[in-house]
Ligand binder design. Structure first.
Ligand SMILES: C[S@@+](CC[C@H](N)C(=O)[O-])C[C@H]1O[C@@H](n2cnc3c(N)ncnc32)[C@H](O)[C@@H]1O
Length: 264
């Protein structure tokens, strides 16, 4: 990893570390009060700008989930909604943040299934583990590590999910290669992520602050699909999920996507 890539990763860590620390202060909020913040406007006195797209979760699904998990949520979609998770499946969440998607996945796979959340930011891991404890949930674990070097053996999970994280990686080929490696045969990827509607200017690709807000690291849909195909994935499908978000200063518009792909 070169210096620029390290700088980007450190910036991303700082950004999400701060978000985790802010969310962990929300202990007095009820879950649905915290959710109201996800509507785009900040309704607490804390500066938490949540979620690239508002209302991405169904309220009923969030009942019983700790406010801190909801408040730290920074996804751009809801991979659980299209992952069709089955009882007993083993799931890996790349960049699990405060754990919200892991907890929703855990309900779907049940006690015979298992969910692993992987994240590099220690404050996020601590928040996710505290949230798991509050939920008294036993089929979820959170691992520290990089999505570019997944600390799991080959062919160990049935499903890889991820929510607005791969666009943050400075080495996307490694992330896709590693996802392929840990999936079982016929294992599948269900990813929510951001793509651009046009090429990202080089000077913006170097801007680690823009990178950390899930912008500069995003790439065009075609490049994303080609990466998946080159790694060996088949039956790759990508759909837009919402409306384009216009940007300033020469940055191309961004749009959330849902991606599904299979390991042969
Ligand atoms: C935009 S947040 C999304 C979190 C979560 N998926 C959600 O929907 O709320 C990105 C998360 O990915 C983690 N992350 C970013 N790049 C990573 C990397 N290269 N390896 C491991 N974790 C990473 C960050 O620490 C952060 O928790």
């Amino acid at each position: 990893m070169n210096n620029k890539q390290n700088e980007i990763k450190n910036q991303v860590k700082q950004h999400y570390g701060k978000r985790a620390r802010q969310a962990s202060k929300l202990t007095t909020l009820q879950p649905l009060e915290a959710l109201r913040c996800a509507d785009g406007t900040t309704k607490t006195d804390m500066d938490i700008s949540l979620g690239a797209s508002p209302n991405i979760y169904v309220r009923d699904d969030l009942l019983g989930v700790p406010s801190e998990a909801i408040a730290s949520s920074a996804g751009c979609g809801n991979p659980i909604a299209f992952a069709d998770l089955q009882l007993g499946e083993r799931v890996l969440d790349l960049g699990s943040g405060g754990g919200l998607d892991c907890f929703l996945a855990a309900r779907k796979v049940g006690p015979t299934g298992h969910v692993t959340g992987l994240d590099m930011t220690l404050d996020m891991l601590e928040l996710a583990r505290n949230n798991a404890q509050k939920l008294n949930i036993v089929n979820v674990e959170f691992l520290e590590g990089f999505i570019e070097a997944i600390p799991l053996p080959d062919r160990i999970v049935d499903v890889v999910i991820s929510n607005c994280v791969i666009c943050l990686s400075p080495d996307k080929d490694a992330v896709i290669r590693e996802s392929f490696r840990v999936l079982t045969s016929r294992g599948r990827l269900h990813i929510s992520d951001m793509v651009t509607l046009g090429p990202m200017p080089q000077e913006l690709k170097e801007d680690s602050h823009q990178w950390a807000r899930c912008a500069s690291g995003a790439e065009e849909a075609e490049a994303y699909m080609t990466r998946l195909e080159s790694a060996g994935f088949v039956e790759i499908k990508m759909k837009y999920d919402g409306d384009p978000q216009s940007q300033e200063n020469n940055m191309p518009d961004l749009i959330a996507v849902k991606i599904v792909a299979y390991k042969p």
